[in-house]
Design a protein around this ligand. Structure first.
Ligand code: GSH
Length: 203
């Protein structure tokens, strides 16, 4: 049996979405941050870094959200990773870009706008983060021109991982109106059964 530790409304969300796309059975073990469960002796045996998500599949344990999703796909629905070396390379490229580049200003803005109470927000961090987004979103917009999906025009983890990060724009109220291709792609992804099952977990 697979156990995923963490909440679908956190960085673990991309792993829940992947589990739903793969159609595997799993159970969720929530971790109470306020009670310090992520730093408990028991949880540190699962991820010694004291962070969620982590996943156990039988006696196998893995942490780090992108690695978890890659493992789920590889073990249970390999086509999500692409079917040729080149496709797998591009899926990897987009997935890494989503966390190494796109997510960085998104999370900086998210922390300020969602976690920090308004009077204590750092307007400079928010401004600088928002300034970094158009170049990256324009790159994605260009890539999606004339395409339904990012890699070989079929749904892969590239779409899941990149759109998961783009979704942070909703939380930080970054206006995506100028990005037609991105909006159509997000609408297409929202129609997937796997996406609907994942979104239902977040509501
Ligand atoms: N790069 C990691 C980030 C994991 C992460 O920072 N998780 C947060 C929750 S979204 C956490 O567990 N924070 C607790 C802490 O840092 O003490 C991943 O994607 O899995």
């Amino acid at each position: 049996m697979i156990t995923i530790y963490g909440s679908p409304k956190s960085s673990a969300g991309r792993c829940f979405w992947c589990l739903e796309e793969a159609g595997v059975e799993y159970k969720n073990q929530s971790i109470d941050f306020k009670a310090g469960e992520h730093k408990s002796e028991e949880f540190l045996k699962i991820n010694r870094n004291g962070k969620i998500p982590a996943l156990q599949d039988g006696d196998f344990t893995i942490w780090e959200s992108l690695a978890i999703s890659n493992y789920i796909a590889d073990a249970y629905k390999p086509e999500l990773l692409g079917t040729t070396a080149q496709e797998r390379g591009l899926v990897s490229q987009w997935s890494i870009w989503s966390v190494a580049d796109l997510q960085v200003p998104m999370i900086d803005a998210f922390i300020q706008l969602v976690f920090v109470p308004e009077p204590h927000r750092n307007a400079e961090i928010i401004k600088k983060s928002f300034e970094k987004l158009p170049a990256m979103l324009s790159s994605l917009e260009t890539e999606l021109e004339g395409k339904d999906y990012l890699v070989s025009n079929k749904f892969t983890l590239a779409d899941l991982n990149v759109s998961f990060v783009v979704g942070i724009c909703d939380d930080i109220k970054f206006d995506l109106a100028p990005y037609n291709n991105i909006n159509q792609w997000r609408a297409r992804l929202a129609e997937r059964d796997g996406t609907k099952r994942y979104k239902a977990l977040c509501s």
